[in-house]
Design a protein around this ligand. Structure first.
Ligand SMILES: Cc1cc2nc3c(=O)[nH]c(=O)nc-3n(C[C@H](O)[C@H](O)[C@H](O)COP(=O)(O)OP(=O)(O)OC[C@H]3O[C@@H](n4cnc5c(N)ncnc54)[C@H](O)[C@@H]3O)c2cc1C
Length: 456
């Protein structure tokens, strides 16, 4: 009986067999067997992905759910691929340390985070998952197990592939000049090897953090504040929500969101060793930006949790609405160079207002020129039209030297975007690398690479 497999986008696949190895040795034996029998294998983490990556078209799913080792040491943690991000955050915090990557979905797994090179809100200051890996243990389709230390260069010849001019990117393989094994495997969406374990770099926990949810009466003031606040020292996060996003949140937060609010920015600033009075400075910043007085600020862990929950509730509400409408998620993950941020936003706003009035939201990591557009399809025609709009937006991002995926990966739902960003020769270079590491092309079939490249 086929086993149905879904992810958080509502994409559906099915597997012939579901394996959950309890050790790296068992995982290696599973892959060697699948390789010998020529059975396609798809790795699965916690299923919070939103591009259909873990949903197979037949074959075996290898779930990492039992590889949950977690040890915290000064400066690093050893984590199994199946360990949940929230457990790493909690254990690091108990030791007075912290793990910077912060994709909004804390129930994702470390293996899934590495496979998608996940980032999220704090990447504004700390970058994406790749930057925080000290080592990585990967299992290849032939059953071999290798541990790669940070900085270990690729030990085979490859033709470099250019990277976009964005602060984050996870589209295609990181095959720039001098690329390392960690560069390549992090963000390769489980198409080259299965991540079994990793050593994660931890930083000392900041003693004082100021968090804020700043409301604005109009969008222009919020966007002007993004440019003005970008260089604020020790700013960890600069996140944005537009008016339709706030309208979504007015459901659960009706008494708390100011009535006049039509846009919002979320910030977090580390205060340790900052000169002057940072709170006074925020008062001045808010005044000159025309922010609403009843914005929220706090310095306690409880405040941070409250604001974080507010931020996390938004994609959850949007995803629930999309599902209730009976359509798959139609959301963008494009990023552009910082200097192209205003142009990309203007394109979003004008084209969406014309094509999907009242049926879209824009929110996300504006500090990285990376916001997510969600189209809330109301009909099958809307959904088809929405797919066309996504492709137009992908082309626009690429024309501005941006990326078609900053943090979610392309999976199965967005793999047709890869040729918008890379030419055929560059994609073939990537595919050559895949064939070198997975000679029978069994791992994560139909993920990342468009059909045109499925060769003999
Ligand atoms: C509400 C919500 C908010 C989100 N916010 C963010 C955000 O802010 N930033 C962000 O980056 N993402 C975000 N995501 C997306 C998602 O959480 C990330 O992509 C996450 O990294 C997926 O991890 P997972 O364990 O759930 O992986 P899965 O969904 O199980 O898999 C994702 C991909 O990784 C592969 N994979 C999984 N485990 C392994 C492994 N051990 N080895 C090799 N390949 C593997 C799978 O085959 C698949 O291709 C959000 C998702 C939701 C639902």
């Amino acid at each position: 009986m086929p086993i149905p497999v879904e992810d958080a986008s509502g994409f559906q696949g099915s597997a012939d067999r579901w394996l959950s190895p309890s050790s790296i040795e068992e995982l290696a034996a599973n892959l060697a067997e699948a390789n010998r029998l020529e059975i396609p294998v798809t790795p699965s983490g916690a299923g919070t992905g939103i591009t259909g990556g873990r949903c197979p078209n037949g074959g075996w799913v290898v779930s990492l759910e039992k590889l949950t080792r977690l040890e915290v040491h000064p400066g690093f943690a050893v984590s199994g691929a199946g360990t949940l991000l929230k457990d790493v955050h909690a254990a690091a915090s108990n030791s007075g340390q912290f793990y910077p990557p912060d994709p909004t979905e804390w129930t994702s797994s470390i293996g899934g985070n590495i496979a998608t090179n996940a980032s999220g809100s704090r990447s504004f200051r700390y970058g994406s998952t790749r930057r925080h890996l000290r080592s990585l243990t990967a299992v290849f389709m032939d059953g071999s197990v290798r541990t790669f230390r940070r900085g270990e260069p690729l030990d085979f010849p490859f033709e470099p592939v250019p990277a976009p001019a964005t602060t984050k990117n996870t589209a295609g393989y990181a095959l720039h000049e001098g690329a390392t094994w960690i560069d390549l495997l992090a963000g390769s969406e489980g198409t080259l090897a299965i991540v079994a374990e990793a050593e994660l770099a931890l930083l000392p926990q900041p003693k004082e953090l100021l968090s804020g949810v700043v409301f604005f009466p109009d969008d222009q003031s919020a966007l002007a504040a993004v440019d003005a606040w970008r260089l604020t020292p020790q700013l960890n996060m600069l996140e944005y929500m537009d008016a339709p996003s706030l309208d979504f949140l007015r459901g659960p937060y009706s008494n708390e969101i100011p009535k006049q609010a039509r846009a919002c920015l979320m910030i977090e600033q580390e205060l340790d060793s900052l000169p002057g009075d940072p709170v006074d400075e925020w008062v001045n910043r808010l005044e000159s930006a025309g922010a609403l007085e009843d914005s929220w600020f706090g310095e306690s862990a409880r405040d941070r949790e409250r604001f974080r929950a507010f931020r996390h509730t938004l994609p959850e509400l949007v995803n629930a609405k999309v599902r209730a409408n009976g359509f798959q998620k139609l959301s963008s993950d494009f990023a552009v160079p910082l200097e192209a941020n205003a142009r990309m936003l203007a394109f979003y706003r004008e084209s969406l207002a014309a094509a999907f009035p009242g049926r879209f939201t824009i929110y996300g990591h504006i500090g990285d020129a990376h916001v997510h557009v969600n189209i809330l399809s109301a009909s099958a025609e809307d959904f088809e039209h929405g797919k066309e709009w996504m492709e137009l937006a992908a082309r626009t991002a690429v024309s501005l030297h941006g990326t078609v995926s900053a943090e979610h990966g392309l999976g199965k739902r967005k793999r047709h975007f890869l040729p918008l960003m890379f030419d055929e020769h560059q994609i073939r270079n990537m595919y050559e690398v895949k064939r070198r590491l997975d000679a029978k092309c069994l791992l994560s079939r139909d993920t990342l690479f468009p059909d045109l490249l499925v060769v003999d």
